[in-house]
Design a protein around this ligand. Sequence first.
Ligand code: ADP
Ligand code: MG
Ligand code: MG
Length: 397
Amino acid sequence: VQCGRSDELEESRDKATEGHGSGAREVPPGLLEKLVYDALVWCSLHGLVVGDKSVQRSGTDPGIGLVHAPFALLPRPLTDGYWRQACELAPIFNELVDRVSLDGKFLQDSLSRTKKVDAFTGRLLDIHSKMLEMNKREDIRLGLHRSDYMLDAETNLLFQIELNTISSSFPGLSCLVSELHKGGQTVAVVYFRAGYSPNDYPSESEWRARLLMEQSNAIKCPSISYHLVGTKKIQQELAKPNVLERFLENENDIAKLRKCFAGLWSLDNIDVVKSAIERPEFFVLKPQREGGGNNIYGDKVRETLIRLQQEGSEELAAYILMQRIFPTASLSYLVREGICHQDHAISELGIYGAYLRNKDKVIMNDQCGYLMRTKVSTSNEGGVAAGFAVLDSIYLT
Ligand code: ADP
Ligand code: MG
Ligand code: MG
């Protein structure tokens, strides 16, 4: 997923690893193998390789004996603040190195006792003092340094391990590892087969993922707005007089839509709530939920409405009331779990619609197939997966 803000990603990674000092996340076995395989291919293709010590000619003959550099499969979480702190320090250390390098006496004095016991440092100091004697000036000065840090768990402070001023290794490979780790393929389409029920969001991390996807440039099916348009509440609002006219121009289309709207009411409508309490069998009470099995029928409609009214609660706004539809029941054979039942059954027809739009251009807007579901007429709900209905097809007459 290409995200608008990468620090968002970092944050969700932090959260995902909270309490895990190692930063290790569980990757499902099948996915793990695929990730490792893809990562190794990536290393070979992008030069994330080092000399292979087990090959004799490696290091002398170009292109011979290369092996992938050792790498971590997933990036390590790091809190934004520490990252910024370390980055801010770099130019300050650069300046410090330059200033100290100009103070020849400070260098010689500080290392004078080391010189006595460490011949190597001694040789370096000898060269340095020769330059001092010559009064050699370095007008053009080039530093490529690397300051290393560790985060101390006790104090939560970022402490410098050391400052490297010579042969600061791995800058070339390190940026390749970043490329390797980049959460690198653009996701074009996010299709939701889940995410419509509260059960799909057991923790805040699923909500963060939903937000992250929404912030991305991927095509969402559906976007958060499309998702909301499908709520029962919006269905009820659209059925109010003059609301369709806000969104559509073609009067014919508006008339066609309105013709298929059953009675729909919000619970602000005291008269309808009263009728529903008197004759609940003519109504369905619906919360803003998807997936079947959430609606309220019959005596439960009465009980719920009375309770909500007594509590005078805001909870009224969570529901809508709908006129109950009574299709003609006919004798059918329904097969479930290998057993065929004959029963009076009613059907619900679903027509699929596909719409693809890019700015002003509607690329696709079509009816694309149907779903016929049939259930025993005594059952209220109609879901196949929810266990109420069977899949059916149409025989046109
Ligand atoms: P969901 O989004 O959970 O599928 P629905 O509004 O489609 O919610 O309701 C689920 C089932 O309840 C439908 O498939 C249908 O069988 C039944 N149902 C819903 N509304 C009505 C209604 N107004 N009259 C009769 N049955 C209904
Ligand atoms: Mg639905
Ligand atoms: Mg439905």
